[in-house]
Design a protein around this ligand. Structure first.
Ligand code: PLP
Length: 398
């Protein structure tokens, strides 16, 4: 099997699994218990909190809250801030956020908040002029993603957060870093010093599904979402998940140690896949081309084909990819990200995302390039649009 869907989730690293195992069985005790046997679980959580804090350059490990996933972190950040600062009722986000932010923002707008959904250009870059115009003195919060899960396009968070704070230091800035963490440099005391809240989850970088992190800068007004026990300093009730917490810390440690080498390799393979595809297949473009992108993500638009049919044939070849985010695939609705980017109709429906990881090999990329041209040609013979479009010069395809 060739797995090119690492933006959906990644394989748990063997070292991560090994780091987790003791806390399922030998040290299964509740980390909150007072007896001696439970102490190693408490120590593992304390150590993991320090590792995660160091990994993102946080001033203190007290700024780290462990959650169940990025969606929970995002809900905790945005709902928590709204409930702590009820007098402000305007939120700014973008039209291309993951549903975890987008649907939550729509929920805010159904409940008396005004939400500005800032647009993007044809490459997927945020419209900065529109963003600046949207900032107001009653803006509660900005929530913007660092890297897009479908296209890999990067938003300039350092600049965007600085602009928000220059407009009004009371505006809270939340960043969804789920796809960028371990792929791009993030330091809460460096380039992200104006970011108050940061959300991410472990399963995008070889930790298991079911563990997330919310970074809460000291002093940020944010009420707890899960009210219950005193865990996580009262910011997230619920018995701590010691094995998964140990797992995410191990995954961050490994990523920090191998980052430069991994990213160079992944980028080289991604570029090989991109240039190979553009050379071998006609009427294909790369969504987000020309914008700054994370090194592992490629979003191809094959004109005049349904993405779902490509995925079906790929699956028969043992190749796993996706036609959008995992959350929206399965529906034939075109991606909201590509719609916001104004990708033409005939290309939007034939979009395929391929996302690489440190486990992707050159032989796998070669195999994908070997099967694609024939597969695309076969699908296009059945396309009602293809006869007309193949005559058109590439620039006229809209
Ligand atoms: N944000 C982004 C950008 C994502 O890509 C994802 C998952 O694909 C999420 C949030 C939600 O992550 P989780 O599944 O851990 O809740």
């Amino acid at each position: 099997m060739i797995y090119l869907d690492n933006n959906a989730t990644t394989q748990v690293a063997t070292e991560v699994l090994e780091a987790m195992l003791p806390y399922f069985h030998d040290v299964y005790f509740n980390a909150g218990s007072m007896y001696e046997a439970a102490k190693p679980a408490r120590t593992a959580i304390d150590t993991a909190r320090k590792v995660v804090a160091e990994g993102i350059g946080a001033a203190s490990s007290r700024e780290i809250v462990f959650t169940g996933c990025a969606t929970e972190s995002i809900n905790a950040a945005m709902r928590g801030a709204a409930s702590a600062v009820p007098q402000r009722r305007h939120i700014i986000t973008s039209a291309v956020e993951h549903p975890a932010v987008l649907e939550l923002s729509r929920d805010f707008s159904r409940n008396g908040y005004e939400v500005s959904f800032v647009g993007v250009d044809r490459q997927g870059n945020l419209d900065i002029a529109e963003y600046v115009r949207a900032l107001r003195s009653d803006t509660l919060m900005v929530s913007l993603m660092h890297a897009n899960n479908e296209t890999g396009v990067i938003f300039p968070i350092e600049r965007l957060a600085r602009i928000a704070k220059e407009t009004d230091p009371g505006i809270l800035f939340h960043c969804d870093a789920t796809q960028s963490l371990t792929k791009l440099p993030i330091s809460m005391s460096g380039n992200f010093r104006n970011v108050d809240m940061l959300s991410f989850s472990g399963h995008k970088f070889h930790a298991p599904k079911g563990i997330g992190v919310l970074y809460l800068r000291r002093g940020t007004p944010c009420r707890a979402l899960l009210i219950g026990g005193h865990q996580e300093a009262g910011r997230r009730g619920g018995t701590e998940n010691a094995p998964y917490i140990a797992g995410i810390a191990k995954a961050m440690e490994i990523a920090a140690a191998t980052h430069d080498e991994d990213m160079k390799r992944i980028e080289r393979l991604r570029d090989k896949l991109e240039t190979g595809m553009l050379r071998l297949v006609s009427h294909v473009e790369v969504n987000g081309h020309g914008a700054e992108r994370i090194p592992n993500t490629l979003n191809f638009a094959f004109h005049c084909i349904e993405g779902e049919s490509i995925l079906y044939l790929l699956d028969k070849e043992g190749i796993c990819a996706s036609s959008g985010s995992a959350c929206t695939s399965g529906s034939l609705k075109p991606s909201h990200v590509l719609t916001a980017m104004n990708v033409p109709f005939t290309a939007k429906h034939g979009s395929i995302r391929m996302s690489l990881s440190r486990y992707t090999t050159e032989a796998e990329v070669d195999r994908v390039l070997a099967v694609f041209p024939e597969m695309i040609a076969r699908l296009r013979t059945a396309s009602p649009y293809w006869d007309r479009e193949k005559q058109a010069p590439r620039d006229d395809l809209a």
